[in-house]
Design a protein around this ligand. Structure first.
Ligand code: T4K
Length: 368
């Protein structure tokens, strides 16, 4: 069997570069609690992401969960089920009720034409997901949020470094939450960040990530612990130096996939969005078995037989999870259900060779 190809592979700097970056941690022995690496990464990311404020956290999930908590919400939150478990769990773990909006069949983000009908007098916020790095219909979401006085927290886990109409993607809504997990375009091993405008929200978020401690003898509020440590921040500083190059390499991989798969009947590829500077985070393909002749599962199995491990991001839908049994009606999100049963995300990472992309495409095009 040929070498194994997994759905993604963490970007890592040269080992020497990381060793240099962490060297001073052995001198100071200051390895967490908002140290120099944390401060420096925060500063550099504020600039790189073109946003007003950034706070760093242990992971993307805590970024979402604590941002919702910091907004002091109660009632219903409109979101989509075509996402990673984290989005829905962050809502539920805050004692809030998720209300699921269907997704757009082309870009898989919240279908804004169905959003307004879901608003009730209990609705307090919208949590849209820029899924696969596809940017939501920001204008419409913000128009509706403004009309009904709702908070907007974007799950921006997949959109590191993207811009919309030239503005940093993290600058929209009340807050945008990023994931810096090992599997993401930019990683700090584990990590996450919240971009926000309102300083008061920032203060509450900071308290929540650091036990509410504001000084050696002052605990202002009840909080958790979700601080990014210095080794993660150092990894971020190294990876940030190379991220543009990594995104450029991903672009080549995506272009090769498109060249090979664009004309294959029965395959729907991720859209190229106008006004968006993409980060090429994922390469999802929707397999229409009636036209293509094979189901998504058959394709996944064949790839796996040849050592290629694609993933069914995002199947199952979060509103069908066992932990929510009987709580939600999946038939209310028919497009999401349709897509989740047919989608396969193909391997994508900066160092995936174009020969490997060709091999994967050959296996798909030549299914028999
Ligand atoms: N919102 C959205 C929309 C998200 O997609 C996510 C996370 C979050 C919020 C929450 O952010 P975090 O709290 O995670 O920061 C992975 C990731 O763990 C998760 O971060 C990500 N979304 C989700 C879409 O994918 P798994 O369970 O599929 O990961 P795993 O361990 O199977 O890894 C996938 C592949 O990545 C492996 O086959 C190989 C490669 N890999 C993995 C690891 C762990 C590496 O190359 N290096 C590694 O260290 O969830």
């Amino acid at each position: 069997m040929k070498k194994k190809i997994l759905v993604t592979r963490s970007s890592m700097p040269d080992m020497q570069e990381y060793m240099e970056e962490i060297k001073e941690l052995w001198e100071t022995h200051w390895i967490t609690n908002m140290g120099v690496k944390h401060k420096e990464l925060q500063k550099q990311l504020t600039e790189y992401l073109s946003v007003e404020n950034v706070d760093l956290l242990t992971n993307g999930h805590m970024a979402l969960e604590l941002t919702l908590q910091a907004l002091k919400l109660s009632g219903e939150v409109i979101t989509t089920p075509f996402t990673f478990a984290s989005t829905t769990h962050a809502i539920v773990r805050n004692g809030l009720t998720p209300v699921f909006c269907d997704i757009d069949p082309v870009d898989f983000t919240m279908d804004v034409t169905k959003l307004e009908a879901l608003i009730t007098d209990r609705t307090c916020a919208i949590v849209p997901v820029h899924v696969y790095g596809n940017v939501c219909n920001i204008e419409e979401i913000e128009r509706i949020a403004h009309k009904y006085d709702l908070r907007v927290v974007y799950d921006a886990a997949h959109t590191f470094g993207e811009t919309y109409k030239g503005k940093g993607i993290g600058s929209f809504g009340d807050a945008s939450c990023f994931s810096f997990h090992a599997t993401k375009v930019f990683n700090t091993i584990e990590g996450g960040a919240v971009c926000y405008k309102d300083k008061e929200l920032g203060e509450r978020l900071y308290n929540l990530k650091n036990f509410g401690i504001r000084g050696p003898e002052m605990v202002e509020s009840v909080g958790a612990n979700a601080k990014m440590n210095e080794f993660s921040a150092a990894m971020g500083l190294c990876n940030l130096r190379h991220v543009d190059e990594e995104i450029a390499k991903r672009k080549h991989v995506v272009e090769q996939y498109r060249k090979r798969l664009d004309d294959v009947e029965g395959l729907q590829l991720n859209p190229i969005q106008e006004n968006v500077k993409s980060n090429y985070a994922y390469f999802p393909v929707i397999f229409d078995e009636k036209v293509f002749g094979y189901t998504r599962n058959e394709v996944a199995d064949k790839l796996a037989e040849h050592g290629v491990f694609s993933r069914k991001y995002f199947y199952p839908l979060t509103n069908t999870f066992d932990c929510f049994h009987g709580k939600f009606d999946v038939n209310e999100t028919p497009v999401a259900l349709h897509v989740s049963k047919r989608v396969l995300t193909l391997p994508l990472y900066a160092d995936l060779s174009l020969e490997d992309v060709d091999r994967i495409c050959d296996l798909i095009v030549d299914m028999e």
